[in-house]
Design a protein around this ligand. Structure first.
Ligand code: ACO
Length: 395
């Protein structure tokens, strides 16, 4: 495993006793604390996650996505009046500018929806007069604007690629309700809204994960939000991070189609030295608390629909992974089946993660800019030295 720590010396002056700290190498930055944050705390041994001091289960059971967004952006859970004001601000920003919609119409029908989000969010800078305005007030307004428009972009793209007209956002409804409405062209039931809203709550924030770190690195150069958020979306897309939820669904379908038992399938994968997606985590050494909550939600949804198949397969995989490898499920393992049960297309799973995590990303950017220092680690040079360049015609 890549946990070894090593003190590194380089040929440069700053490691040679001139007062600069010694260079320490940790592959993948494992265990490195790069900055202070008030946004969330993960206890990887206990399996606990707090957003600004509140336990994730408490938030999932007792608050909505908009309340959590307020908590992350403003530092406290909103009063009724503050929540009403936030709803109004989010709704006012939700519709897409005409040029953005035109741009979406040019996107090929077979594009990866994460690439669509990444590109169109970046292009929102063209229609924002405040794009390069770096005051805290302007940056907060941009956080709201980007978070409001991402669900509209994703739903509009999904409809366009299916030959349908995009739906205009509704007034006076939650993000969860509006997204499901704009996606399906019909008002969602109460259970679907509640389940989807809880998924948004659970995915909103998670410390210095790869995508948030990416966003903060970009922000730390004092670049703008329309540069940092597409970078974070790009990092989330990878199958070792948010992209894992799509891989989980593919695995469940493969098991179902193969007729193999889930346990046999998993053992075969491990024997082939392949990774089982939705398992393992850099920080959690026990079950991810979000996976526990999502498992409960999947059980309820499966019972309501009288379709226990995906829940049962998932739990057999979990037991086998625990027994064979001592690895527990992460957030992506159960979200995949919940999105499937809600009738959502598989390639939208990771973009949905982004619709939620954008609140955490933007909150981290606001925090970064409130006390900025450039984030800039080092690499240990392991290549050759003392080479001389021969002129091109003599090589
Ligand atoms: N399946 C099988 N083996 C695994 C898995 C897995 N999912 N995860 C880790 N391992 C094994 C590795 O093979 C390695 O074993 P070894 O020491 O015998 O070589 C050991 O556990 C440590 O693995 P690392 O890759 O060093 O752990 P790291 O902390 O770097 O990786 C990661 C964490 C990337 C999440 C990893 O567990 C993984 O690839 N999981 C599958 C992808 C996934 O579900 N990603 C979503 C994470 S949650 C999120 O980002 C939202």
């Amino acid at each position: 495993m890549a946990t070894q720590e090593k003190t590194v010396s380089t040929s440069s002056d700053d490691s040679k006793g001139n007062g600069a700290p010694p260079l320490v190498k940790r592959r993948g930055l494992e265990g490195v604390v790069a900055l202070d944050s008030e946004l969330s705390d993960i206890d990887g041994q206990k399996g606990q996650l707090l957003y600004r001091g509140y336990d994730i289960r408490d938030l999932a059971e007792n608050t909505t996505f908009e309340e959590v967004a307020h908590l992350l952006w403003k530092g406290h859970l909103p009063t009724r009046a503050e929540l009403d004001a936030l709803h109004e601000q989010l709704q006012a920003e939700r519709a897409l500018p005409a040029t953005t919609l035109e741009m979406l119409k040019q996107v090929p029908d077979d594009a990866n929806p994460m690439a669509v989000l990444r590109t169109i969010v970046s292009a929102l800078a063209f229609v924002d007069d405040e794009a390069d305005e770096m005051s805290p007030e302007a940056n907060y307004r941009k956080a709201l604007r980007i978070a409001s428009r991402m669900p509209t972009i994703l739903a509009a793209y999904d409809r366009l690629r299916k030959g349908q007209d995009p739906m205009a956002p509704l007034a006076n409804v939650s993000t969860a309700y509006d997204f499901l409405y704009m996606l399906n062209g019909e008002e969602p039931g109460e259970a679907a809204e509640r389940t989807f809203d809880a998924c948004l709550v659970l995915h909103a924030e998670h410390g210095l994960n790869a995508s948030t770190f990416t966003g903060r690195v970009i922000g730390s150069t004092l670049s703008d939000m329309y540069s940092a958020i597409p970078g974070a979306i790009g990092a989330l897309k990878g199958p070792l991070h948010g992209g894992a939820n799509i891989e989980v669904r593919k695995m469940l379908m493969e098991i179902d189609a193969s007729g193999q038992s889930p346990a046999a399938y998993v053992k075969q994968k491990l024997a082939n030295k392949e990774r089982v997606m939705g398992f393992g985590h850099r920080v959690y050494k026990v079950l991810d608390p979000r996976a526990t909550i999502l498992s409960d939600m999947l059980e309820e949804l499966s019972r309501e629909k009288g379709e226990m198949q995906w829940y049962d397969i998932s739990h057999e995989i979990m037991e086998t992974m625990e027994a064979e490898k001592g690895l527990a499920a992460n957030v992506d393992f159960f979200s995949a089946s919940i999105y499937h049960m809600l009738g959502i297309d598989i390639d939208l799973y990771t973009p949905i993660f982004a619709l939620s995590r954008v609140t955490g990303w933007t909150a981290h950017l606001l925090e970064q800019w409130s006390d900025n220092r450039l984030i800039r680690p080092r690499a240990e040079y392991v290549g050759p030295r003392n080479l001389t360049a021969t002129p091109i015609d003599e090589r």
